[in-house]
Design a protein around this ligand. Structure first.
Ligand code: URA
Length: 238
């Protein structure tokens, strides 16, 4: 049970004072009865709240899929750069979501944001080996030897031995290559460093899949949407 004004304020309906004013003006209903006390205790999971006649979409946790653009950092705050959280509407920012893992500033594509710490922890835990799929463009010709090396496990510059990764060549010649890479971990700059260890450079990187979820093609870079209930359930089963 929580105070009505606290619940509405947390959902972005204004400060406690503003919510109090809404209640005073008779704009708030709880289970079809006009609320008279902004401090009334309610269970938002059970009661239906309406503000100005509109049903309040109550949720404790928020789950967003963003098509992260280039030049934005995967953080909640940064002194210099724009962050992925800066790109969210205030109605989503009030939930205080944070990115699930990180994409480099110049990497684009699928980034999940949530305020569900438990799910975040599970998705990032090395224990669960959640597959991440990337589309990458490489400056040189990728070949069968690279595929084998990725499969056997690349050793990074700091000596870390990567888990087996899947490398698929979409196109390759002396001018460069287009590939899909599937990794189970998320070490700092991992895909770039894996190719560096093969004496090659990643010149473009886009994440196209995170666990069971593919990047929604409808989302332009910089856009995001809430996950559907079904997508949330699928993620939680990972
Ligand atoms: N690997 C990288 O090198 N960068 C990313 O942003 C993600 C994976």
């Amino acid at each position: 049970m929580d105070r009505l004004d606290k619940v509405l304020s947390n959902l972005g309906y204004g400060t406690r004072k503003e919510v109090k004013a809404l209640v005073k003006d008779g704009m708030v209903e709880v289970d079809d009865v006009t609320a008279s006390d902004s401090g009334m205790k309610i269970d938002p999971e059970i009661s239906e709240i309406k503000v100005s006649g509109e049903i309040v979409n109550y949720r404790k946790h928020i789950y967003l899929m963003m098509n992260k653009p280039d030049g934005v950092v995967s953080a909640t705050f940064d002194n210099y750069d724009e962050t992925v959280v800066d790109l969210l509407e205030p109605e989503h920012q009030v939930f205080k979501p944070f990115p699930v893992g990180r994409l480099d500033k110049d990497t684009v594509g699928l980034l999940l944001l949530t305020n569900d710490g438990e799910l975040n922890h599970r998705l990032l835990s090395p224990k669960w080996h959640v597959d991440k799929v990337y589309y990458a463009e490489i400056d040189k010709a990728v070949d069968e030897k690279d595929i084998r090396a990725f499969k056997e496990g690349i050793t990074l510059d700091d000596g870390y031995e990567c888990l087996p990764a899947k490398l698929e060549i979409l196109q390759a010649d002396e001018h460069g290559s287009k590939v899909h890479v599937t990794i189970q971990e998320g070490k700092f700059h991992q895909v770039k460093r894996m190719f560096n260890s093969r004496d090659k450079n990643v010149i473009y990187l886009r994440r196209i899949k995170f666990g069971p979820l593919g990047l929604d093609e409808e989302l332009a870079e910089g856009e995001y949407r809430e996950l559907s209930q079904e997508e949330i359930e699928t993620l939680k089963k990972v």
